[in-house]
Design a protein around this ligand. Sequence first.
Ligand SMILES: [Cu+2]
Length: 348
Amino acid sequence: MLAPLLSLFLLPALSRAGVQELWWNVTYVQNANPDGLFPRRVIGVNDTWPPPPISVNTTDSLLLHVTNSLDVPTSLHHHGMFFNSTSWMDGAAFVSQCGIPPGQTFDYVVPINSSGQHGTYWAHAHATGQYVDGLRAPLVLHPSNESYQYDEEFTVILGDWYHQQHTDLLQKYLSVSDPGGIEPIPDSGLIYFAQNSSYLPPIAGTSPAPVASAVGFNENATLPFVPGRTYRLRIINTAAFAAFYFWIDGHDMHIIEADGTDVQEYPTDMLSISVAQRYSVLVQARNDSSSNWMIHANMDTVMFDSVPPTLQTSAYHSQLFCMHRLKQTDGMEQISPRRSHMPLGKYH
Ligand SMILES: [Cu+2]
C-alpha cells in the first residue's frame, strides 16, 4: 500500500521535472538608483530591477518566455552556454536571430539537460547596448553532484554603472567625433549578492532608494558568513567595460571554477576578472567572530582613456568601493560597514 501512496505524492514532482519555465516581461523601470548617486531609467523584468537570478538543475532544460514591452527590438543571450544546432536561440540580435519586436514574445529554449554544461553563467540583453541599461542577471547551473564540497554558496555580481542611457553612450562612442573609439567611462561600480534564485537584501537599518530596495547594493550589501564554514562564491563580472580586482580581507580564496569549467583547486588572495568572466572560489570563514571583514571589488581603470575626477576621488562609489562586510558572527552582532581606501593600481 505504501508504494502506491508514495508514488501519488511523487507524481506532481515528476511531472514538473525536465523543464524550468520562466516568464520575463522586459520592461523599462523608472528611477532605479543602485549606486545612490543618480536615479535613472533602467531595463528590468516584470516591472522590477535588477532582473531575477536564474538557477537551474542540469537535469532540466530552461524555457524562458520573453515578452518585449520596450519600444525597440530586444533579445536575450545566455552567456557561455551552448546552442548546438539551434543558434537562433543564442540571442545575438540581427546576427543569429531577429530581435523580438515590441509587443511580441519569443520562447528561448536553453538545452541545459543535453548541453553537458554546469557552473556559473549569466543572461543578458544582446540587442544594441541594452544590457548596459541593466538587462542582465546571474545564471547558475547546478549539477546533481558538485566536484567540490562546501557548506553554502553565494553569487557575487559585479558590474560597472553608467548614469546615461546606452543609446546616448553609443551615439557618442560610434561617432565621427570619436575616431579613436574611446569607450565611455563608467560613472560607478556595483556589487550585490544572490543565492540561487534570490538577491540578498540590504543590511538591516539602511534605507536604499525605493526602486530595487529589496536588494543590497555596495555599502548596503552583506554576506552572512558563519565562522568555520566553507562557502562557494560565484563571482560574475556583468560590466560593459571595466575589469575588477576582487579580494576579501583576512581570507584566502581557492579557485575551483573558471567560466563554467571546474578546475583544479588553486589558492589566491586576489582575483582579476574581466568583462563577462566568471570564477568560483571556496572561502573558509575564519573561526573568529571578533570582527567583520570587507569584500573588495576595485575597478581596474588601466584601460580607461581618462579617469574622471568624480570616479577617481570617490572612495566608495567607484574603483574603491569595498565595504561589504562578511558578518562573521552568529547573527547577534551588528557592525556598521566600513570603508577602505586601497590605493588605486595597487595590483597593476
Ligand atoms: Cu555575453
